[in-house]
Design a protein around this ligand. Structure first.
Ligand SMILES: Nc1ncnc2c1ncn2[C@@H]1O[C@H](COP(=O)(O)OP(=O)(O)OP(=O)(O)O)[C@@H](O)[C@H]1O
Ligand SMILES: [Mg+2]
Length: 262
């Protein structure tokens, strides 16, 4: 094995080792073990060997179905690596994210294959959103249950959730308008609905700009539940921005997003 590759793997391994030590001290050891089953480790090594991941850092978030890690990629680029958990995930929930999406009709209904499909689905949704000018983390590569994307933040510090930032009223109104435009573009230009939009899945970037994340639940407008999901997204967003004085009704916003004469 050439020296450089060896070093890269060591760096990745170092990240994993640091993580294990860190989590052993907390009560989350089990979570860590579940994330890095042998198959996931192999995928991480492969991404390292192919040059996508130079070094893997600590966890940014440990969620229900996936964990997100900080990493460094080609040219020292900061990355976020989302690892969908295979072993401890809920089969029914995962099936629900794939059923009704014609892009994944032919996927085998085993838990593993559904999770891989789900990761690919998030990758494709991010790409679709990016292509119509919606600010999302740039998707870089997806392999099995590992999704590599642009890191939203600076110098290893992830941008905060919309929920956790204090904005002056005008900035709140401005971000609300940007969000409605993003939702309109998603719906009309990309033909999709986020499906899990809320103040938890919107990050506020360094220039005070909203960045939409967590697109695994996104569905095409042809999906049998797309209208229900859109209405729920609107309810969450409109409801949240009331604190910044936004008075628009859900109906008005629904019309702005779905009416193609606007
Ligand atoms: N590209 C990114 N850059 C920076 N931070 C990110 C990025 N992607 C995700 N995060 C952080 O990781 C958290 C979890 O990511 P995400 O929402 O995609 O996963 P999730 O499994 O759905 O988590 P949850 O169940 O908590 O919503 C986010 O809330 C955000 O804080
Ligand atoms: Mg989320």
């Amino acid at each position: 094995m050439p020296d450089s590759i060896d070093k890269r793997i060591l760096k990745v391994e170092f990240g994993l080792e640091a993580l294990r030590v860190k989590e052993r001290d907390s009560d989350e050891r089990k979570v860590t073990e579940n994330v890095f089953d042998n198959a996931t480790l192999k995928t991480l090594y492969h991404l390292s060997n192919s040059g996508y991941i130079e070094a893997l850092g600590g966890p940014i978030s440990t969620g229900k179905e996936a964990n997100v890690f900080y990493a460094i990629g080609k040219g020292d680029r900061e990355l976020a690596v989302k690892i969908y958990r295979i072993s401890s995930s809920n089969f029914k929930a995962i099936l629900g994210y794939i059923v009704g999406d014609h892009r994944f009709e032919n996927v085998k209904r085993t838990k593993r294959d559904l999770i891989f499909a789900w990761a690919r689905k998030e990758f494709q949704n991010l790409l679709r959103a990016q292509n119509v000018g919606v600010r999302v983390p740039e998707p870089i590569i997806v392999e099995r249950n590992v999704l590599v994307m642009e890191f939203i933040g600076e110098d290893g510090i992830a941008s905060p959730h919309l929920r956790d930032v204090k904005l002056v009223r005008e900035d709140g109104e401005k971000i609300f308008e940007e969000m409605i435009e993003f939702m309109r573009r998603l719906y009309q230009d990309a033909g999709m609905v986020h499906g899990d939009l809320s103040e938890y899945n919107i990050l506020i970037g360094p220039q005070n700009e909203p960045v939409i994340i967590d697109m695994g639940q996104g569905v095409l407008t042809s999906h049998y539940r797309s209208r229900e999901f859109l209405e729920r997204d609107i309810e969450n967003v409109v409801g949240f921005f009331r604190r910044y004085g936004v008075k628009a009704t859900k109906r008005e916003i629904l019309r702005r997003i779905t009416d193609n004469n606007q």
